[in-house]
Ligand binder design. Structure first.
Ligand code: NAP
Length: 276
């Protein structure tokens, strides 16, 4: 098992900047602003999640903020991430707008959503947001090992996190190794392959063997790799199901079978093709 893996209870991953990132998060990509998003976040907080992942590009920060307030869970207990929409040019101004929508004084983590315009373009603005106390940590998303190296070389504060597409089919071993060398925590987005991999026969076989569900197997694989996993659902029962990953372990054989599903060749890249 990866030495960085914190697979116990409501575990948290220590970040290089001293903050702690809960290893299970609820993601709200493609969740419409309004009732669906408010409910999903409220249900997650009720189920014990303490980490919510939104973005300026998702258009639902106001609903995340509303659910946080409605939940009654103290603000200090919930780790809130939002992401800089890199088609804009103003990480600080855009974060100030996010904070207004979220109704919070600061976020816990602010990520460059993708390296549009180059790996380092937004970084000075991200550092400024940190300096101003608008966020407790800063990081990146969709950055390859080379892009990560470039931003570390150019900046004063290194990214604490790299959030990337990571699941057994996208087992980016070399990127994970590079992040470990740079002391950058890796968050797995689309850990269920945006829902596509719950039907994978290998995953289903391991689920049967372990008496767990395919989604739990995929998320547990991520935890045992030392990843922080960010899963999305708008169904209450699935939100609960996805939180049930701390009371079992996959064997070495289970892990090896899942590892073998990789289609990236263990790459150090974050994506096989870009959308920008
Ligand atoms: N940084 C980036 O560029 C980036 C890109 C993509 C995603 N993300 C983040 O990562 C989060 C998760 O990724 P994702 O939204 O692509 O997908 P995901 O978490 O891999 O999968 C979500 C899909 O799986 C379904 N699902 C969830 N739990 C399930 C279960 N227990 N059994 C069966 N199906 C289940 C969901 O359906 P229902 O909702 O209908 O239950 C949904 O269709 C996003 O919400 C976002 O926060 C970040």
């Amino acid at each position: 098992m990866n030495p960085n893996a914190d697979t116990s209870g409501s575990g948290a991953r220590p970040l290089a900047d001293g903050n702690r990132l809960p290893v299970l998060g609820l993601g709200v990509w493609q969740v419409p602003d309004g009732r669906a998003c408010v409910d999903a976040v409220r249900w997650a907080l009720g189920a014990g999640y303490r980490h919510i992942d939104t973005a300026q590009a998702y258009g639902n920060e106001a609903s995340v903020g509303r659910a946080l307030r409605d939940s009654g869970v103290p603000r200090g207990e919930v780790f809130v991430t939002t992401k800089f929409q890199p088609r804009g040019n103003d990480p600080v101004g855009q974060l100030e707008n996010s904070l207004r929508r979220l109704g919070v004084e600061e976020v816990d983590l602010y990520l460059v959503h993708w390296p549009e315009g180059g790996a380092t373009r937004a970084w000075a603005g991200m550092e400024r947001a940190l300096e101003l106390g608008l966020t407790r940590s800063i990081g990146v998303s969709n950055y390859s090992a080379a892009e990560l190296e470039a931003v570390i070389a150019a900046g004063t504060v290194p990214p604490a996190v790299n959030q990337v597409l990571f699941n057994p089919r996208n087992n980016r071993r070399a990127l994970l190794d590079a992040c470990a060398r740079f002391d950058v925590a890796v968050e797995a987005y689309s850990p269920l392959g945006t829902g596509r991999y719950v039907d994978d026969p290998t995953v289903a076989g391991i689920a049967r063997r372990t008496g767990r569900t395919p989604a739990q197997v995929l998320l547990r694989w991520g935890l045992q790799q030392g990843l922080v996993v960010v899963a999305k659902s708008t169904h209450r029962e699935r939100i609960h199901e996805n939180a049930g990953i701390f009371d079992f372990a996959l064997s070495d054989q289970d892990m090896a079978e899942l590892d073998a599903l990789d289609r990236t060749g263990g790459t150090d890249r974050a994506l096989e093709s870009t959308w920008w």
